[in-house]
Design a protein around this ligand. Structure first.
Ligand code: DX5
Ligand code: ZN
Length: 222
């Protein structure tokens, strides 16, 4: 799969959401990352299906919903109905991860499993065969603008090894603290989708920021 950039709306100007999103997509961002927080799983509240619906059909970008919520199964149908293409939920959030991924797929979306920096990669072993992608958190979920956790590179290697052992080949998404300083190294290490919040929408020109990030990846020819 070709490398894709997924700007995270969390860092966008909600007063002027379309003026932020459109230049980013026109500059080559193929995925829009929608961070959903419930104030329980993480200590923050953000957006829901209404924002997803507002974006649906407005661009060609994939709508990628990252659920940082407890009881993800309760809200998955609403996000699928609102137009989500990919939906990820946390392995820490539900003991019935297998059932949740099936639920997402039955609704016609790609299913992703997300994992916090403090959770051993081995906890994904039973799920690798049942998801379309793995979202490896490179910060603790809850807030944008945090520093990338360097141990992510080691965890990326562990995750790649786990995937290589399985019959399935889910793509790897990395989320948190991604910028021009590390995006090429991540792509080189096998990341196919990089989420970038503050390094896109925290910049004065999101379109230019997308071009700069993609140019880094291109430069290293990955
Ligand atoms: C963190 C979110 C991330 C966040 C990334 O809980 O899942 O998607 O928006 O933001 P930056 O790129 O600023 O770290
Ligand atoms: Zn996210």
């Amino acid at each position: 799969m070709k490398f894709k950039l997924a700007p995270s709306l969390l860092a966008a100007d909600f007063w002027n959401l379309s003026q932020a999103v459109l230049p980013a997509v026109e500059a080559g961002a193929e995925v829009l990352h929608i961070d959903v927080m419930d104030g329980h799983f993480v200590p923050n509240l953000t957006m829901g299906p209404i924002v997803t619906k507002a974006l649906a059909g407005k661009t060609d970008a994939v709508l990628d919903v990252h659920l940082m919520v407890t009881n993800p199964q309760d809200c998955i149908p609403a996000f699928a109905k609102a137009g989500a293409h990919w939906i990820s939920f946390h392995v820490e959030a539900d003991p019935h991860a297998h059932r949740v991924s099936q639920q997402i797929r039955d609704l016609g979306c790609k299913a992703g499993i997300a994992i916090n920096p403090g959770t051993p990669i081995a906890h994904l072993e039973g799920m690798i065969d049942h998801v379309d992608f793995v979202l490896l958190m490179s910060v603790n979920p809850g807030f944008g603008g945090q520093k990338f956790i360097e141990a992510t590179y080691k965890r990326l290697a562990q995750l790649t090894a786990l995937i290589e052992k399985s019959d399935n080949n889910p793509f790897i998404q990395v989320d948190g603290g991604v910028g021009v300083h590390n995006i090429a190294r991540l792509a080189e290490a096998g990341v196919r989708v990089a989420v970038a919040g503050s390094s896109v929408f925290g910049q004065s020109d999101p379109g230019q920021a997308v071009r700069a990030l993609l140019a880094e990846v291109e430069k290293w020819n990955v």
